[in-house]
Design a protein around this ligand. Structure first.
Ligand SMILES: Nc1nc2c(c(=O)[nH]1)N[C@H]1C(S)=C(S)[C@@H](COP(=O)(O)OP(=O)(O)OC[C@H]3O[C@@H](n4cnc5c(=O)[nH]c(N)nc54)[C@H](O)[C@@H]3O)O[C@H]1N2
Ligand SMILES: Nc1nc2c(c(=O)[nH]1)N[C@H]1C(S)=C(S)[C@@H](COP(=O)(O)OP(=O)(O)OC[C@H]3O[C@@H](n4cnc5c(=O)[nH]c(N)nc54)[C@H](O)[C@@H]3O)O[C@H]1N2
Ligand code: SF4
Ligand SMILES: [Mo]
Length: 688
């Protein structure tokens, strides 16, 4: 056992949150109590440091708000919880599942809604369990990154990233609709290193963000108008004949058509739409063409708009035009999925049940309330929520609450009493990563980490894997063979099964247990330095809509802005929260100042409100009351409110966020993404 100089036991963990950084962590415990944690220096991306959220993990583990044992409320929403045992909980759940199966001769009335509360590999045991009881109802899609994933899939054949540590070599870095100074703090040192070696950093964002402050150039783009901005830059490059024709010939088949189409659009229209003048665009275009390696980081924020996919298409096209795809350390970064080739056996346990249905039914995760309500034969009657804060993180809260009334049993597996847990019939307490085994990998960098338990499970908490095994056991004891999910396998058996020889080779290890000595970087030789082989094959110019800047949705929106609602409501990701997590922790209260509507002082003046005024912000979806905070970092036509857990129920911002689909997302995730940042609102004073 590893001990440090204070005689603390040292274990390796990893942060499994939905965060670019997927940090490797070292934990120090004494007498079974977690005393200290730090970033793991053996991972050169984490580089021994964590973010403020990471350092607050001890407070999360030992928070008084942790759920301690299974809870049951007879009347949903009554708040009258009674403590029950695990056996009682499993019995209630198993009996309901069997009753529904007997009624419908199908498990399609059983639904799982899981998303990103914990991205650890072993948490796919949840999907594994649901696969093991014959077809069920599931969710397809993602509220997060679908449009961009599709655009890159079409352009490059998949989502792959260069090692982001190579950003140090770049001469020009563009942070385009991403705010890594908050959302990927470990990327920043690589960006600073590049700057120290002479690189220019440009941030393109409607908000003057923390990342913009660290950049050399800040371009304040009109919200949702990056497509016009990209086309304007491209157009100027074409007009000045600064385009890399060799690159275009090598990677594309129809670029001339693209350029011809582009030349039909008036440059002035593009400039007015994105809020820029010619001189600025010419300057940016010349920087882009004149500085290699060029690294463009297209963020998730950029594609949370109706034309998010097309925008990323156009930026990818710009990268080809500049020849940067063939250049060492250049390229467009978004995310990586393709890199990890686990077996995913944990999800592959089959059922031997005979049922009326042979395939699972998929509901759109981004239109869940409507789809839940409209699904019949059989209707959904049972909902399992895990790694999900559905009510807090999805649009249309009221509709969602109404949709849940049709359910006979809602089970929520949680660490805290969240919005979802409050509306569940049964709440099952689960472990934190400090109390369980896991494997954690990243959708941004190339590191993989082991997660060892540092302490025993607290209270009566169980891991998601243990819970699924316990439920499978109960079901099979009541109805032999009902679930094919293995109840006799250990956690190590499950991890063993996830790896294969090719993964071991790329990690340069023989067994995953070697990860206990240190995290490892995954070797992807063809991706170490350029994205050349992944460049566009033929699809550079796939459809006219890239060029056609006024899609139907966009013109509807413009009409809405001029006629009804004046302001874009941006609900971007906060500094000290991770979606709906961390904001409830005592240690972070002094720094969290999220629950405010942030507006420009000039806007405040024209609407006769002041700093600290109470306003009501509204649109067709509803009304939210909140306090004003004035800041020149926000454009005059934007109201900013950081998304996340709102302990004051009245401030649940997603109550007024619209369900507007993005243009892409179906190819890679099964449904279109969500244009969270296309929501429009008005506001008025309540009390000054
Ligand atoms: N308005 C607005 N809404 C948004 C966004 C936005 O920008 N604006 N962003 C969207 C994006 S990008 C995303 S990714 C989604 C995120 O949506 P979700 O994935 O639903 O949200 P999270 O808050 O990350 O996590 C959900 C819950 O998982 C729980 N959890 C943590 N660890 C575990 C575990 O080990 N087991 C179990 N069973 N539960 C666990 C946490 O306590 C938390 O309550 O939100 C979306 N919602
Ligand atoms: N601290 C922290 N870290 C996180 C998270 C968190 O909640 N907090 N969430 C994690 C998750 S789930 C995700 S998806 C990522 C999100 O990571 P990011 O993509 O960095 O986050 P967002 O906040 O969605 O958006 C980034 C920026 O896009 C800008 N933006 C919005 N609309 C436009 C536009 O039309 N054009 C341009 N150019 N920019 C625009 C926003 O103003 C914002 O500054 O971060 C992950 N890391
Ligand atoms: S939230 Fe992100 S940056 Fe913070 S510890 Fe976790 S992975 Fe690292
Ligand atoms: Mo996300």
């Amino acid at each position: 056992m590893l001990k440090d100089s204070n005689n603390y036991k040292v274990t390796r963990q990893a942060c499994p949150r939905n965060c670019y950084d997927s940090c490797s962590i070292l934990s120090y415990t004494e007498d079974g109590v977690l005393k200290k944690i730090s970033g793991d220096p053996a991972n050169s991306f984490t580089n021994g440091k964590l973010c403020a959220k990471g350092y607050s993990y001890i407070n999360r583990v030992y928070s008084k708000q942790r759920l301690k044992n299974p809870l049951y409320q007879k009347v949903r929403g009554s708040g009258k919880w009674i403590n029950i045992s695990w056996d009682e909980a499993y019995t209630i759940i198993a009996e309901k599942i069997l009753k529904l199966y007997d009624k419908y001769n199908s498990n399609l009335s059983i639904c799982l809604n899981k998303y990103s509360g914990n991205f650890g590999l072993l948490h796919y045991a949840i999907e594994g369990f649901f696969n093991s009881i014959a077809p069920t109802t599931r969710v397809a899609g993602s509220p997060c990154w679908s449009a961009g994933l599709d655009a890159n899939f079409i352009d490059y054949g998949g989502n792959v990233n260069l090692d982001p540590e190579l950003m140090i070599h770049a001469k020009l870095i563009i942070l385009w609709g991403v705010n890594p100074a908050w959302t990927s703090v470990h990327s920043m040192p690589f960006i600073y290193s590049a700057q120290e070696q002479g690189a220019t950093v440009i941030t393109i964002d409607p908000l003057y963000t923390a990342s913009a402050r660290k950049s050399d150039i800040y371009l304040q783009v009109e919200t949702g108008k990056d497509l016009e901005l990209t086309l304007a830059i491209t157009r100027v490059l074409c007009d000045l004949d600064l385009v890399d024709h060799q690159s275009l010939q090598r990677h594309t088949s129809n670029y001339q058509q693209y350029i011809d189409e582009l030349k039909k659009i008036k440059l002035d229209h593009l400039l007015v739409a994105c809020g820029q003048d010619y001189t600025t665009i010419e300057k940016i275009a010349k920087l882009i063409i004149g500085n290699k390696p060029l690294l463009i980081w297209t963020g998730f924020g950029l594609q949370r708009h109706a034309r998010g996919g097309q925008t990323i298409h156009a930026i990818n096209a710009l990268a080809v035009l500049t020849g940067s795809l063939d250049c060492l350390y250049s390229g467009v970064q978004y995310a990586q999925q393709k890199t990890w080739d686990f077996t995913w056996n944990i999800m592959n346990y089959q059922s031997s049940l005979t049922t009326a249905h042979h395939t699972s039914r998929f509901l759109n995760i981004n239109n869940f309330a409507d789809e839940l309500t409209n699904t019949s034969e059989p209707p959904v009657k049972f909902l399992w929520l895990a790694c999900r804060n559905l009510l807090n993180q999805s649009p249309e809260y009221d509709k969602m609450v109404a949709a849940l009334t049709q359910l006979e049993l809602i089970v929520c597996v949680e660490q805290f009493m969240t919005a979802d847990a409050l509306m569940a019939d049964l709440v099952l307490p689960t472990t934190t990563q400090f109390e369980e085994w896991d494997i954690v990998y990243s959708y941004w960098h190339h590191w993989i980490s082991i997660n060892q338990p540092a302490i025993k499970p607290l209270y009566d908490c169980k891991s998601d894997l243990d819970i699924m095994q316990g439920l499978a056991q109960k079901l099979n004891s009541l109805r032999p063979g009902f679930s094919g999910f293995p109840t006799d396998k250990t956690v190590f058996d499950f991890i063993d099964e996830q790896f294969n020889q090719s993964m071991y080779q790329r990690l340069n290890i023989n067994d995953w247990r070697e990860l206990i000595d240190a995290p490892r970087k995954y070797m992807v030789p063809d991706l170490q330095q350029t994205k050349t082989i992944y460049a566009f094959q033929k699809n550079f110019y796939t459809d006219n809509s890239v060029i056609n800047t006024s899609t139907e949705k966009e013109s509807n929106k413009i009409a809405l802005i001029t006629n009804t609602y004046k302001y874009h409501l941006l609900t971007t990701h906060s500094q000290h929260g991770l979606n709906s997590q961390f904001q409830n922790l005592e240690w972070l209260q002094d720094v969290i100042k999220d629950s405010r509507f942030i507006i420009h002082p000039c806007t405040a003046k024209s609407e006769s409100v002041r700093d600290e005024s109470l306003i009501k912000v509204y649109n067709d979806n509803g009304i939210i009351y909140g306090k004003v905070f004035l800041s020149k970092d926000v454009p005059k036509n934007v109201v900013l409110f950081y998304q996340g857990w709102q302990p004051q129920h009245d401030l649940l911002i997603n109550k007024i966020v619209s369900v507007c689909a993005t243009d892409m997302g179906e190819l890679t995730t099964g449904s279109k993404g969500l244009a969270f940042y296309d929501t429009l609102v008005n506001f008025e004073i309540v009390r000054s």
